[in-house]
Design a protein around this ligand. Structure first.
Ligand SMILES: NC(=O)c1ccc[n+]([C@@H]2O[C@H](COP(=O)([O-])OP(=O)(O)OC[C@H]3O[C@@H](n4cnc5c(N)ncnc54)[C@H](OP(=O)(O)O)[C@@H]3O)[C@@H](O)[C@H]2O)c1
Length: 380
C-alpha cells in the first residue's frame, strides 16, 4: 500500500468517471454497495463497468470483460476497494491480478470486515501498485447505508415528510393528501426506490391506506421496469396489531412486515392470512423499540437505507431518540393552519432542548421547496 500518494488531474477525472458509473446502481444494488470501475491504458479508457444488482457482475468484472486483452498493463480506478473474498462471485482483486492490471486506485477501503484492506494487500502482494483515498468523500456519499451497516450494524435512516410552509403534515382529521405537487411526489418515488426499506406507523396506514410502493410510471428513469422488480421491503410499526387486514399495502407486489410487540396469535394469524409477515420485537414504553427494529433490519434483512414515511408521531420519536441521519422535507407554499398536525411530535419545553439541523441541500421542485437536512446532535 502506498503511503504518500500524489494523484494527478487525469487520476481525478477517471475516478470521477468511476463514481458516475457507480450511480447507475443507485436504485438496484441493495444490499450490495454501488461501485463503478474504469480501466485506462495509455491515456485511453479500455473498460468501464458498474455493479447493477446483487448476484450479477461486480464493477471490476464488467470493466475487465469490456477491456479483454487490453486490460494487461492498464490502471484500474475503482470506487470501492476490490473484494478479496469468495461471495456470490470470485474475488475481484484476483480478477484484476489475473488480467495483468499493473496499477489499482481505489477511492475507499471496503468497510466490510471480510475485506477491510485485504483486497489492497492482495493486489500489493502480487506486485500491483495499489493505492486508496482518491475522491474518498465523494465515493463514501454513494453508500452511506452500506458503510453504516458494516461499521455500526445499523442502517442509514432518512425521514421523509411533506409539510405546508407552516410546518403542518395533515389536517386535525388526519386528511393529508395531497400537500405537495407532482414533481415532489415523483422525487419521493426515487427516494423510495433507493431505499431497502420503507417504514411507516399504523396511524398512517389507518388514515391514508397508502401502498408505499415504487411505481414504474412515476419514476421517470430509463431502467424503471428493472427497478420495480425489486420493491423495497415495507414495514408497519404496529405495537398492538391494529392494522386492518383489508389494508391496501397487503395487496401490493413485494413483502410487507408488521412489526409489533403484541403476541396476540389470533391477530397474527389474520394478518399472515392476507400476506403480512409479522415480526415480534422488544417493546420500549409499550411501543415497538425503534433501535431493536433498526438492528433487526440491518442484521436480518441486510438493509442499508431505511426511509421513514410516517406522521408526526413516528417521525418525532425517531428524531427524539437520535436515530435520524437525514431529513428529506418537501414544503408546499401553503398554510394548513394552526389546528393542523405538526411535522414532528416533539414535546420540548426548553430552548436548550432544541434540535439543530444542518442544511445539506435545498431546491425547488415545481412549487415545492425540498430541504435535505442532518441533525447536528443525536447522530444515530
Ligand atoms: N405529510 C406527510 O408527509 C405524511 C406522511 C405520512 C402520514 N401523514 C399523515 O400523518 C397522520 C398520521 O400520523 P400520526 O402521527 O398519527 O401517526 P404515525 O406516525 O403514522 O404512526 C404512529 C403510530 O405508530 C405506532 N408506533 C409503533 N411503534 C412506535 C414507536 N416506537 N414510536 C412511535 N410510534 C410507534 C404507534 O401506534 P401503536 O402504539 O398502536 O403501535 C403510533 O401511534 C395521518 O393523518 C397521515 O395522513 C403525513
Amino acid at each position: 500500500m502506498s503511503a504518500l500518494i500524489q494523484w494527478d488531474i487525469a487520476d481525478h477525472q477517471y475516478m470521477a468517471k468511476a463514481i458516475q458509473l457507480a450511480r447507475n446502481g443507485l436504485y438496484t444494488t441493495q444490499p450490495n454497495p454501488r461501485v463503478g470501475c474504469v480501466l485506462v491504458k495509455n491515456g485511453q479508457v479500455v473498460g468501464e463497468g458498474f455493479h447493477y444488482r446483487a448476484g450479477e457482475g461486480h464493477a471490476e468484472v464488467n470493466a475487465l470483460a469490456m477491456a479483454g486483452e487490453k486490460a494487461k498493463g492498464a490502471t484500474a480506478y475503482v470506487t470501492l476497494e476490490p473484494c478479496s473474498h469468495y461471495g456470490r462471485t470470485p474475488p475481484c482483486a484476483r480478477g484484476l491480478i489475473d488480467a495483468g492490471v499493473t496499477r489499482v486506485v481505489s477511492a475507499m477501503v471496503d468497510p466490510n470486515p471480510e475485506v477491510a484492506g485485504r483486497g489492497i494487500k492482495m493486489l500489493s502482494a502480487a506486485g500491483i501498485d495499489a493505492s486508496f483515498g482518491l475522491l474518498e468523500k465523494e465515493a463514501k456519499a454513494l453508500n452511506p447505508g452500506f458503510i453504516k451497516r458494516m461499521e455500526q450494524g445499523l442502517p442509514f435512516v432518512r425521514v421523509k415528510l411533506a409539510s405546508s410552509l407552516d410546518g403542518r403534515t395533515a389536517m386535525a382529521s388526519g386528511e393529508s393528501q395531497w400537500i405537495t405537487g407532482a414533481a415532489a411526489r415523483s422525487d419521493v418515488q426515487k427516494l423510495r426506490a433507493q431505499s431497502s426499506v420503507i417504514v411507516t406507523g399504523v396511524e398512517s396506514i389507518i388514515h391514508d391506506d397508502s401502498s408505499l410502493t415504487v411505481r414504474e410510471d412515476q419514476l421517470g428513469l430509463a431502467d424503471a421496469k428493472q427497478i420495480v422488480e425489486q420493491q423495497p421491503l415495507r414495514v408497519i410499526l404496529d405495537s398492538s396489531l391494529r392494522t386492518p387486514k383489508t389494508a391496501n399495502i397487503f395487496k401490493q407486489p413485494g413483502r410487507t412486515v408488521v412489526a409489533t410487540c403484541s403476541s396476540n396469535n389470533e391477530r397474527i394469524k389474520e394478518l399472515e392470512a392476507v400476506g403480512a409477515e409479522v415480526v415480534v420485537l422488544p417493546s420500549d414504553n409499550g411501543r415497538v423499540s425503534l433501535i431493536a427494529l433498526l438492528k433487526w433490519l440491518a442484521a436480518t434483512e441486510q438493509s442499508n437505507d431505511v426511509l421513514i414515511e410516517a406522521g408526526a408521531t413516528l417521525a418525532g420519536a425517531c428524531l427524539q431518540q437520535g436515530l435520524v441521519d437525514e431529513l428529506q422535507l418537501y414544503m408546499a407554499m401553503k398554510l394548513l393552519g394552526s389546528d393542523a398536525r405538526p411535522t414532528f411530535a416533539l414535546p420540548l419545553t426548553k430552548m436548550s432542548e432544541q434540535i439543530e439541523l444542518k442544511q445539506i441541500d435545498s431546491r425547488m421542485l415545481g412549487n415545492d421547496l425540498k430541504l435535505v437536512l442532518q441533525p447536528v446532535c443525536g447522530e444515530g
